[in-house]
Design a protein around this ligand. Structure first.
Ligand code: AMP
Ligand code: FES
Ligand code: ZN
Length: 294
């Protein structure tokens, strides 16, 4: 198999793009896809201060690497979740990545906030993963706003977005569908949020991380076993295998055909939490309630 771009020996085949690439051309393709996402959705410019939420996994570290390679002003934010055997490994990898590149890293330790995930798990009967996601988003926003960043970027890839879309459509979660987008503008109390890897699959981010020798955490969170999205991803991969290009078509179709209709319908007005100022539908946001502040 020859590289579609330079005709040297190819190392990766991308059936959905009807292409194959050598290592060098694959990295060029990857950065091009990131750049295309940033431009199409007006995510940020070279003048903006970007805060990249990095978990230590392949996607967010590949994203941070890509943004630095493309010359963006990108700092990292790591939330230490306090999960034994998992959080320390992630922290070490993220620190190593930042120091090798001389990049700035902000760290938040949830143990100091009274919100270490194992403790939260003991306190509530709700599924800890969804609470953990809520807590992370809260700190992404707060740290970004406090430190005057223009935008918060996460490492969600095409597989994440497609499985989320699939789940939202299966259950017709209209409010979630309205909020699903590669770029969410800033609002009162909310920092702009973007997903520059939304055009790239998990396979493609893994290949990029491998070619760029990024040292990432490849153990998964002990609480995330059997998550529904993992099952959806498996089925969507099987569809993609039989019909390459389905994932990107499904997602792009949503963005082009359904999103404009959804955007016309009015959103419910949010209040600001009377304790911390985070947007909420009630008086006090769920994180302040979890901390026992109300
Ligand atoms: P997940 O929900 O674990 O699939 O993560 C989605 C995205 O959230 C990742 O690509 C990161 O950008 C970000 N993220 C997840 N966990 C953390 C963390 N502990 N600290 C900072 N960012 C995170
Ligand atoms: Fe949050 Fe697993 S990463 S519960
Ligand atoms: Zn090539």
């Amino acid at each position: 198999m020859k590289c579609t771009r330079c005709k040297k020996q190819a190392e990766v085949e991308l059936k959905s793009h009807n292409a194959a690439f050598c290592r060098e051309c694959f990295n060029y393709f990857f950065l091009n896809q990131v750049q295309k996402a940033i431009k199409t959705f007006k995510m940020f410019s070279k003048k903006d201060r970007v805060l990249v939420a990095v978990s230590g996994g392949k996607d967010s570290l590949a994203l941070w690497d890509a943004l630095l390679s493309l010359g963006y002003n990108a700092d990292g934010l790591f939330i230490y979740l306090g999960i034994e055997g998992f959080s320390n490994v992630a922290l070490t990898k993220v620190r190593k990545f930042a120091s090798e590149r001389g990049a700035k890293l902000i760290e938040v330790n949830l143990t100091n906030e009274g919100l270490a995930i194992p403790k939260v798990k003991e306190k509530t009967r709700r599924v800890v993963c969804s609470l953990c996601g809520q807590i992370k988003r809260y700190y992404f926003n707060m740290v970004g706003l406090k430190n005057n960043y223009d935008v918060l970027a996460t490492g969600h890839n095409l597989d994440d977005e497609v499985s989320r879309l699939f789940s939202n459509v299966l259950h017709w979660k209209m409010d979630y569908l309205k909020e699903q987008s590669p770029a969410l503008p800033s609002e009162d109390g909310l920092l702009k949020k973007v997903k520059p890897l939304f055009r790239l699959t998990e396979f493609e981010t893994s290949a990029y991380a491998f070619f760029k020798k990024i040292d990432y955490v490849d153990i998964s969170c002990p609480f995330s076993k059997g998550a529904t999205f993992t099952i959806y991803k498996k089925h969507l991969n099987s569809i993609e295998y039989h019909s390459p290009g389905t994932k990107i078509d499904f997602y792009q179709g949503f963005l082009k055909k359904l999103k404009p209709i959804l955007e016309e319908s009015k959103k419910e007005k949010k209040n600001l939490c009377k304790i911390c100022g985070y947007p909420t539908y009630s008086d006090v946001c769920s994180i302040c309630r979890l901390k026992g502040l109300s």
